[in-house]
Design a protein around this ligand. Sequence first.
Ligand SMILES: Cc1ncc(COP(=O)(O)O)c(C=O)c1O
Length: 303
Amino acid sequence: MKIWMNGMLVDAEDAKIHLLTHALHYATGIFEGIRCYDSGTGNGAFIFRLHDHIKRFFSSAKIYLMDLRYGFDEMIDAVIETVKVNGLRSCYIRPIAYYSYGKMGVNPLPNRVDVAIAIWQWDEYLSSEQGIRCMVSSWRRIDARTMPVGAKATANYANSALARIEALKNGFDEAIMLNINGMVAEASAENVFIVRDGVICTPPTTDGALAGITRDTVLQIAKHEGIMYEVRSISRDELYLADEVFLTGTAAGIKPVVMIDNRKVGDGNVGVITKRLKSMYEDVVRGRDERFIKWLTYVEMYS
Ligand SMILES: Cc1ncc(COP(=O)(O)O)c(C=O)c1O
């Protein structure tokens, strides 16, 4: 496996970092999660919404005052090259930028910013076709007054990890986090949608949700399909009373939720609208829906 590291493709075993890397100690890193799907045409693959992911990567870097040293197009080319050279048609892509080794202490600015791209096969995250069981976490989602929640920053994931650990230790599959005002923010690594009376709803980013690219994809599919949708605050009791609930994320795709805090969602089965959106999403990411071909970057493997 090759990893792209500061402009060079190196063997994974050689992609090493110093123990005193700033980001390891002070969580001063930002990253992206992108998926590449087998195009089903032999040697090709589609990277889904690559430009949107790289745009968010640069936005996260801006918030953390990072000079990425590589331009937008260079990052796009680097992602494509990493996929091609590894020949993985179906994979998860992880660009990461972090304050590197140089000067210890909380201030990251004296340190160089290193940039890397790793890929791996990651078939199912939160696997379950029958739907997953969630708990409302006792951990509140980080608040905009504490951390910039709009950045996909490594630091934010300590909050996510605590929530995820709590959910797993309590026998659930995933955590849904409320914001400090008690409204639904997001899951540990996915956005949350509820369906009520045929309308799909998801919280606004100002309630603590990451501007998820899968979330946006679902909203745009809904728009094209004439499915009613709302971006509005969602309370905890609405989670319990929803007809359907699903999570969205690049790693997880669209995940139906069938139980929350031991209460069945709807009748406890995967809902009709969730099923429909999930199947449409699968078509969109694999290039089977002409209307959304613009979101795909075709990659032809070397071998
Ligand atoms: C905290 C959090 N919220 C939401 C998402 C979903 O974002 P996206 O659909 O862009 O993967 C992710 C995954 O990246 C995440 O980590």
